[in-house]
Design a protein around this ligand. Structure first.
Ligand code: FES
Length: 158
């Protein structure tokens, strides 16, 4: 389930830890596996467990704890909105309502065309930029309002 390229990337992460601690690379390995497959199926997580010499349940525990891991297929653009208190006080609730209405989906759903998913996220450590959202776990957007949501959706659709 893991390509040679993914294994090489995981090896690079494993090398950052003592030789007998390769399970310390589990979060990176899951990220790499998710980048390859788009989401973490049971089979993909089992492959990560086998590669790192871990029990599958130990890998599932990590994958189910953090919201950046996709445990089912997501849209091409996964939008994760921080809904923790500083963002909520700065308009995250309205931002989520706007995105749900615009996309026609609720949290953890995928638009019928497969383009978008919406998720609820925990603090991204950017509370001063609230409200914030992430696209595909990497691309952060700050001080989001209706105009910025319009521009972002247009950009992602194009
Ligand atoms: S509460 Fe939203 S980034 Fe910290």
């Amino acid at each position: 389930m893991l390509s040679l390229q993914s294994k090489q990337q995981i090896d690079h992460e494993i090398a950052k830890y003592p030789a007998d601690q390769k399970q310390s690379a589990v979060m990176s390995a899951l990220r790499i596996a998710q980048d390859e497959h788009g989401w973490l199926s049971r089979e993909v997580m089992n492959s990560v467990a086998e590669y790192l010499g871990m029990t599958p349940i130990a890998v599932y525990e990590v994958a189910t704890f953090y919201e950046m891991y996709n445990l089912k297929p997501m849209g091409r653009h996964k939008i994760t909105v921080c809904t923790n208190l500083p963002c909520a006080l700065s308009g995250a609730t309205e931002l989520c309502d706007n995105l749900k209405r615009r996309l026609g989906i609720d949290f953890n759903e995928v638009t019928p065309d497969g383009e978008f998913s919406l998720k609820e996220g925990q603090c991204f450590g950017a509370c001063g930029d609230a409200p914030v959202l992430l696209v595909n776990n990497h691309d952060m957007h700050s001080f989001m309002d209706e105009d910025k949501v319009d521009a972002l959706l247009k950009e992602l659709k194009s």
